[in-house]
Write a protein that binds this ligand. Sequence first.
Ligand SMILES: Cc1ncc(COP(=O)(O)O)c(C=O)c1O
Length: 481
Amino acid sequence: MSRSAHPAGPRHADVLPEGGHYVAPPTDLNVLDPRVWPQTATRTSTGSVSVGGLDVKDLAEEFGTPLYVLDEADFRARCRAWRDAFGDDADVFYAGKAFLSRAVVRWLTEEGLNLDVCSGGELSIALAAGMPPERIALHGNNKSSAEIEQAVGAGVGRIVLDSFQEIARVAHIADRLGRRQPVQIRVTVGVEAHTHEFIATAHEDQKFGLALAGDTSSRSSGDRGHPEAPGGPAAEAVRRVLKLDSLELVGIHSHIGSQIFDTSGFEVAAHRVVGLLTDIRDEHGVELPEIDLGGGLGIAYTPEDDPSEPHEIAVSLRKIVERECRGAGLSVPRLSVEPGRAVIGPSACTVYETGTVKELPGLRTYVSVDGGMSDNVRTALYDAEYTVSLVSRSSEASPMLSRVVGKHCESGDIVVRDAFLPDDLAPGDLLAVPATGAYCRSMASNYNHALRPPVVAVRDGEARVIVRRETEEDLLRLDVG
Ligand SMILES: Cc1ncc(COP(=O)(O)O)c(C=O)c1O
């Protein structure tokens, strides 16, 4: 897309507002940009789009719309790219919150990735699909005793501790079950990733983790602090964990945010985490064997996004950790990362049917589809940007500045805020939004008693429902009154 300054604003349907500039419409609306579409997506000879060797028109007819179409080959290729980039002396934990199902767990297991879960529900899916428990990490800022018991009892490879209360809780449960539970401590390093305020998680005023900075004595007392000890809450958490026989402290964990495109935030985070590892060695005489730098690696939601490849990220993170550790005279710990969206985000698209096309003269055209914020809340929640294409046919019609909206009773129910679609778009046409593999089905809701759409995996011309569509019966079964 070419950009040009357009001081008069978006009066015409041929300019798209973007950060004070306006982006000209693409010359060909039928092109599927490989940066945002699953790897097997292509236009068929009749003009429609196929994914995994299957025409989306046929998929829509068989499975209905809205429909998440997940390209299994694309997903597996991304798993392998992450696995190969980090190699055998590092671990890649796929962040299951992005999207989790039994099929996905089986693919992850086969492709050599580990799994990060953050609830009893995610843990149950992982165990039911046969992920070896030692390859699972349990996260969460308020794990219930039942969730901790489920995880310790199953023998998960690590629990990431998030508070002083949780240290005591996990230790007590592990003790009762006669286990020595490997744990990491999640720290907040004071880095605010360059991303949306609500998904930046490592700055200090937030609910996750224990701060590296500060003095515990000035912040809290009793169960929440330790008045006479130096260092911040993270250092105090280390002291407590090291005193408990039922916990084995294996490492320090940091997650600085999401949709991050450069490694400078990770550089600061690694520097600070290594500072803590050095303090631990000096105070306790132990060198912890693991460091986890979390997830948050960005993907292309629009062609303007320019994410790095897994091997570039791996090289960069390794270099950072090695440099920091050597500088501190520490042996280099085993590195792990937790990408979620960067593994599954680009592997799926959501197919919708157009219901109405409403032109607001001089403004834009509102295109209503049969889903919305119930199947993709990210636009409403984070102002997320997406692209959209007509996929049931090609069109040579002129570009029309459009807003794709859902069918819910909210004016913020927007799927794609600004997009160009052909101006011959009509009810019945199928649209697809690419890069919806992460945080769409997993954050889907029943708002307006919408029925959450199915996820259909496609590969080599075969389609398989891996999560079925909800039915009104499902809704009525929950409504027991
Ligand atoms: C601890 C942790 N790890 C990994 C992730 C995955 O982030 P992303 O999907 O952006 O890679 C998250 C997301 O919130 C997280 O909180």
